[in-house]
Design a protein around this ligand. Structure first.
Ligand code: HEC
Length: 340
């Protein structure tokens, strides 16, 4: 398990897995103490974009990623699973890209830490996969009153089971230099004037997979897009948002844009207490809904986790390298099978 250190010994997790677990279609009924727990280090990426990652600015990394060879973890995690990346310097705004000399963080947030550790677990029954993340936090979003200016805290996951580049590079395949708040973001006026965004009444550019758009204003051909969709290129997106002592789940997707699904009745839960947040994402197995990842028993799904914290919004989040969750199959995190 590269990058993950089990909190429990595998043998103990196995023994516990044999104990009967009671039925729980309700997230609140799940007994998480029986599921294997992994420690995941998230980091603050600043303005690290897909364009940086495949460029000469990223040196050896650029060459390997362009050809889809080594993954992020291969170069940025030690054998012991420690992150090898200048995350504290990025957060402090003190490190620059090697060739272009552009800063990794042009607007550092005072006192921002470079990394955040989350505990991640997964269980599944015959209908759903449940993914749980827990992390230490002051709970700024949870403990504030909801108002037009309040900034919620939020945990989000991207999920995909087919796209090799997602498996290796995770959310980074959807993070670009021209997104809202990134260095080459077009002005609101420019976005509004573009026919695609105009039709949607929007002035912001959001996440898009690199294979669905060449740039914010330049989508790939209809033919390319439908082929990529058929091959499973859509990325499922789930969030749990924390504001004023409540947790609100959201269900969306990333492909040629990032959208929330208005019609879907998203499921999930979360809370803050004792200095820790927890978020649970509930993912329907073998979903027939075209915007959802259709994961099934016997399969693994690749996941990237992002956490917005302490008044930070838009790009100023912590992100993980991608990891896999296995439903009865080998993976970084093995989901525990429980009865319905
Ligand atoms: C083949 C190895 C390799 C791969 C794969 C790779 N990187 Fe890198 N990365 C490097 C090297 C080497 C540097 C340092 C470049 C320099 O400063 O000369 C670097 C630098 C960085 C930096 C700047 C901060 C720092 O510590 O220097 C970030 C951020 C980064 N990589 C993120 C990623 C992400 C995210 C991925 C996967 C999408 C990735 N890298 C994949 C080798 C790699």
């Amino acid at each position: 398990m590269i990058g993950f250190r089990s909190i429990f010994l595998p043998i103990a997790a196995f023994a516990l897995a044999l104990l009967p677990v009671k039925s729980h279609s309700q997230v609140k009924d799940i007994n998480w103490s029986k599921a294997e727990a992994s420690r995941l280090t998230l980091f603050y990426p600043g303005v690290t974009s897909w364009e940086f990652l495949i460029s000469d600015d990223h040196r050896l990394g650029g060459r390997e990623i362009k050809q889809g060879r080594k993954d992020c973890r291969h170069c940025h995690l030690s054998k012991e699973g420690e992150l090898d990346l200048k995350a504290d310097e990025i957060a402090a705004g003190t490190v620059k890209m090697k060739r272009s000399h552009n800063p990794f963080e042009p607007e550092p947030l005072p006192g921002k830490k470079g990394t955040l550790t989350a505990k991640v677990q997964a269980v599944y029954d015959s209908d759903y996969l449940y993914i749980r993340a827990e992390w230490e936090s002051k709970g700024a979003g949870w403990n504030q009153k909801k108002s037009p200016s309040s900034v919620p805290d939020r945990a989000s996951i991207q999920l995909n089971k087919s796209e090799m580049y997602f498996k290796k590079y995770g959310c980074f395949i959807s993070c670009h230099n021209d997104l809202n708040t990134m260095p080459l973001s077009p002005s609101r006026k420019e976005v509004e004037a573009n026919p695609y965004y105009k039709a949607l009444g929007r002035d912001d550019v959001r996440l898009y997979a690199y294979y669905a758009r060449t740039s914010w204003s330049d989508p790939k051909s209809e033919k390319d897009l439908s082929k990529k969709l058929k091959d499973g290129g859509r990325i499922d997106l789930r969030s749990v948002e924390f504001v004023e002592k409540s947790a609100a789940p959201l269900n969306g997707w990333v492909f040629d844009d990032r959208r929330w699904e208005e019609k879907a009745a998203p499921e999930g839960a979360g809370e803050w207490g004792g200095g820790r947040y927890s978020a649970v994402f509930k993912v329907k197995l073998n979903s027939k809904e075209e915007h959802d990842v259709a994961v099934n028993g016997g399969e693994a799904v690749s996941v990237g986790l992002a956490i917005h914290e302490d008044g930070a919004s838009k790009r100023k989040h912590y992100v993980s390298f991608p990891f896999t969750i296995g439903l009865g199959t080998d993976a970084d995190i093995k989901a525990l099978k429980v009865s319905d």
